[in-house]
Design a protein around this ligand. Sequence first.
Ligand code: ZN
Length: 416
Amino acid sequence: MQADLLVHNAGQLITIASDGPQSGREMGRLGICHDGAVAVRDGYIVKVGASSELRSEVKAQRVIDALGRVVMPGFIDPHTHLVFVGSRVNEFEMRLSGATYLDIMAAGGGIMSTVRAVRGASDEELLAQSRARADDMLAQGTTMAEVKTGYGLTTADEMKCLRVIQHLDRTHPMDLIPTFLGAHAVPEEYRGRADDYTELVIQEMLPAVAAQRGLACFCDVFCDDGAFTLNQARKILVAAEALGLGLKIHADEFAALGAAKMAAEIGAVSADHLIRTPREEMGSLADSGTVAVLLPGTPFGLGEREFARAQDWLEAGVAVALATDLNPGTCYCGSMPFIIALGCRYLGLMPAQAVVAATLNAAYAIGQESRVGSLEPGKVADLIVLNTDDYRDLAYRFGGNLVATVIKAGKVVVKG
Ligand SMILES: [Zn+2]
């Protein structure tokens, strides 16, 4: 068999080969192949198996010796706000010295301060600052990320953010999956008129977004206290679905409004955050196949103590994914390994479950499971080599970078 690339001698080849998303008590099946190998042709995986077998069967132009280390699928980050400009470090320092959310708002902080910065930025500035963060994510093993708008909040500025996501996707090794989040916050010019802003999203923004094929794959709404109500969120998502967009929702982060349950009812691909979802509402996501995307970096970033309860979700039969929530306000972190480390300490995940949550289940959370998320013939050859022979080090060790090599669609894009 001819191949462009053979990666062999993997002490642990983590394939995560699965028929569907992993959920319930069964979650955490890594499909480990000891002394495994992967062959790649034209950017796709063509064969996975024992090193001895592939070395004799495959004639490859390039061979990478993994030296007994871990080889696994690249991380998939299914919830980020990657595209923004500026910093909210002042706000972070105010919070550390005891300022409340209202104090910060009064000082011009919060989401609207990033919105003002993004509205004032050119495409080029937005692209340059976002690209630097994308480079950092790739270096830490993320080969695909979902990216939301939501710092424009006018039709023109939301379209600008979508253009930047599209341009970055085309010019950066990391694949980006775009989500329209026009309902991230009620902008200050609509203060007290959230219903009017909801109508603007439905009547003007959504049709503009949907008119350009591929500009957005999903529509998301921040449904919570101080953001959009359950009714407003439902109206927006129903309108988005009619235009052909997939659905996502920020649910139950600060208050249990029934948003996760509503997401299940309307067939959302994922519901995200889910810190305060009541136990009796969890099963609805199992019924609808909605993935629970948990974001432990956000309460950590805010210095809070309450986290989502992963084992409750798993007991309810729901597939759990992990994401960074990379954003300038509550979680300026693009590292999936760090999120895995947090997930094991604060969400109650085992290392094998956290690895599945950051790869296969994350692919399901953004509708990309047919292309990525596991090492199986026919999938895109997005894989990483770790500087360790034990995958559990991803959870055990933190604060450094265990990712030695990143291979995107069969090409080495990061060599540590
Ligand atoms: Zn978010």
